[in-house]
Design a protein around this ligand. Structure first.
Ligand SMILES: CC(C)(COP(=O)(O)OP(=O)(O)OC[C@H]1O[C@@H](n2cnc3c(N)ncnc32)[C@H](O)[C@@H]1OP(=O)(O)O)[C@@H](O)C(=O)NCCC(=O)NCCS
Length: 141
């Protein structure tokens, strides 16, 4: 599997299936970058990320990531961890010391296994209607 920069359109099928988005395009912001894991012609993993402050680490240069998705047939094989590492690499390149996300409750265990801490209380994401909470990675050291 290769990790590549992707256009957001290339990730729509995967994200529609895995994240149950009716219209993933509404969540893709200008200025964001998009990473994809590809197996041949198939996009089997994706994450988007952008420089954005973290409310739980005020004043610390930070990167926000969202819409992490791994094809069901490829889950629990290290793809998600690899995507997170790629976002962390890009954050460090920009001098950022934190990366963070709004994690749906079912994925919080994944982020904890990859070294995150949870911050703040759960709340309902207006876009998805799901209960989410902040997960925060320190990138020092
Ligand atoms: C969450 C998701 C991205 C994880 O990707 P993945 O490729 O399956 O994860 P990995 O194989 O890299 O797992 C890394 C670690 O997290 C653990 N893990 C993975 N999913 C987990 C979960 N749901 N709960 C608890 N731990 C989990 C793995 O066991 C592994 O731990 P280890 O290295 O100590 O053995 C993927 O399951 C997915 O796309 N889920 C549906 C969409 C979703 O919830 N996206 C996140 C939105 S916030």
């Amino acid at each position: 599997m290769d990790l590549v920069e992707a256009a957001p359109e290339q990730t729509h099928r995967l994200r529609s299936e895995v994240l149950a988005w009716a219209s993933p395009a509404i969540r893709i912001d200008d200025g964001a970058e998009h990473l994809a894991l590809v197996d041949g012609a198939a996009v089997i993993g994706a994450v988007s990320h952008v420089t954005w402050p973290c409310p739980d680490e005020p004043g610390v240069p930070a990167r926000y990531f969202w819409a992490m998705a791994v094809d069901c047939a490829y889950q629990r094989r290290g793809c998600g961890r690899r995507l997170l590492a790629a976002v962390a690499d890009r954050a460090r390149t920009q001098g950022e010391r934190v990366m963070w996300a709004d994690a749906r409750e079912s994925a919080v265990g994944f982020y904890l296994a990859c070294g995150a801490r949870v911050a703040g209380d759960p709340y309902v994401d207006e876009g998805t209607g799901l209960s989410v909470r902040h997960v925060v990675f320190r990138l020092d050291g």
